[in-house]
Design a binder for this molecule. Sequence first.
Ligand code: HEM
Length: 497
Amino acid sequence: MVSLSSLGNSDFMQNKYVQSGFMVLLTIVLTKFISVLLGSRSSKNLPPVVSAWPIIGGLLRFMKGPVVLLKEEYPKLGSVFTIKLLTKKVTFFIGPEVSQHFFKAPEADLSQQEVYQFNVPTFGPGVVFDVDYSIRQEQFRFFTEALRVNKLKSYVDQMVYEAESYFSKWGEEGVVDLKYELEHLIILTASRCLLGREVRDQLFEDVSSLFHDLDSGMLPISVILPYLPIPAHRKRDRARKKLAEIFTKIIHSRKQSGNNEADMLQSFIESKYKDGRPTTEVEVTGLLIAALFAGQHTSSITSTWTGAYLLSHQKYLSSVIEEQKDVMKRHGDKIDHDILAEMDILYRSIKEALRLHPPLIVLLRSNHRDFSVTDRNGKEYAIPKGHIVATSPAFSNRLPYVFKNPDIYDPDRYAPGREEDKIAGAFSYISFGGGRHGCLGEPFAYLQIKAIWSHLLRNFELELISPFPAIDWNAMVVGVKDKVMVRYKRRALSVDQ
Ligand code: HEM
């Protein structure tokens, strides 16, 4: 028997089941809808990802060369995109708008320590990437102090001396490989200005060969596995130890004799941390090695490219020669820091060679915090914590919306009225990085390269007799691949010529 009330009751019950079933369904649908909405928004905000085969595909593409990858992907994916390298995600920031985040972010957000760890066995313990940021900042203060104008002035005298004595060994005329010659001259100059008189005058051969072993221990594999027990790493470690012994002796003898030299070694010996602690011998050695690694190949490569471009662009060669005559009219043969500072055309010629060929082609940071960047079209991207963030001087320096005809050597693009390096913003020209970790050796590098080229232009007629050199993309510090054969003839540039 079915009572009205029971009928009514069962209808009610049925309705209740239907209603609650409906509510459950609605909740599920709504939850799904919201999660899809949210999910799609956050994945929409993530940078696009380079398409590649799973697991090793990204790595294989990256290994073809980062600049090749950027050339292929930037036109498709824009100025912010991610590539998966095994377990790591590397997000590139290309162009002044987005790379300002790269250069200006505080160390707590984007840090160098993890990504540049591979330098630790080369530089040694207790310095740079082996210490936390507060100590590293103090050590970079030591660099800043060692490279102040008053110090640079005495380094310039030594640079000029080294250039004069090196080129005095060239004959009246002949043929040389400019790349080889400039590499050697820069080692000598760096030894004198940075490592000090003792090394330059007495220990040059020993120390250069130890630096050579350190250099040869910095291989692409060292970036991923810096302590892998391979012969090159063992040689590196032995050389590092030997260098520490040599510098410890030199430092002791300087301290005992009270001798005070005008070089970076002396400056590091006298440096003190905020709490008054002086630097140790091991730290001084490590800082000197870091300085040489930062400055030697970069400067010799740049001086070689400068020569290759000037000698293959008669118009600019004539301009720099005219400038030398102008400077000589005012100062005669003398060259010092302030006179080098007057050589604007030479400066722009070096700067342009360095725009086209920055030796450090990719810069890296490790991201510790979720943040977002906005590209120049106003599109915002979420950059998750854990990504490696990268930028590329070699690619960014040739963006056509920043530099007109970017593949053309045109030093005048920096001249008053054009200043293409400034128009699109502070991080348009990034051969020396910029912002928080901008190169501390930039003035030193320009002075050194100007001192060399000023001497060459004044004293030799030069002709490039080999084809324009190719780029050595395989080197850790990307440089000149081929020999740069130059025919020279001695001359004395005169102001009335
Ligand atoms: C043409 C020559 C040079 C080029 C192209 C160059 C390039 C660079 C670049 C791109 C950075 C930034 C790295 C980054 O952001 O991850 C840098 C940093 C640095 N460079 Fe240079 N460099 C040159 C010469 C020198 C010289 C001669 C010295 C010292 C004698 C030097 C010392 C340093 C130091 C200490 C830093 C680290 C600054 C910091 O992290 O706060 N560099 N350099």
